[in-house]
Design a binder for this molecule. Sequence first.
Ligand code: FES
Length: 155
Amino acid sequence: MMKNNLEEAKLTVGKVAKRCGVKVSTLHFYEEKGLIRSWRNQGNQRRYKAEVLRRISVIKAAQKMGISLQEIKEAFATLPNNRTPDTKDWEKLASNWRENLTTRIHYLENLRDYLSGCIGCGCLSLNHCPLYNKDDELAAEGVGPVILDRKVKKV
Ligand code: FES
């Protein structure tokens, strides 16, 4: 027989915070932001379902990649709120997010690979700059690190 949400929600705030390596205040913050959900037991204490551990781990991993809480919230909006998300639900989220993550990965790779060279930012401070950005001619093409952005756009 399928357990209801309250029956499934067994984890205390302390257990979740410890397992995920976050402060209790962070859990409250994520809940305020609508990223996670808890249920109240008969003693009116917060209880979480085990799936919250996955949500919090994904939030932390995404934040490490510079993804905003708002973007994470939009991605989580595809997950069911009334039951524990299953593999199919997470696959759907992953496919929605794949392009965004791929672009970020490419940007980070470019930053890693081209940081020692001219990135076309207008500083003209490196030996390579006159070769790639004579008199900051790239300013006509765009703002910021034009060469870096160009490489990502090509992906
Ligand atoms: S690195 Fe800034 S213009 Fe070359």
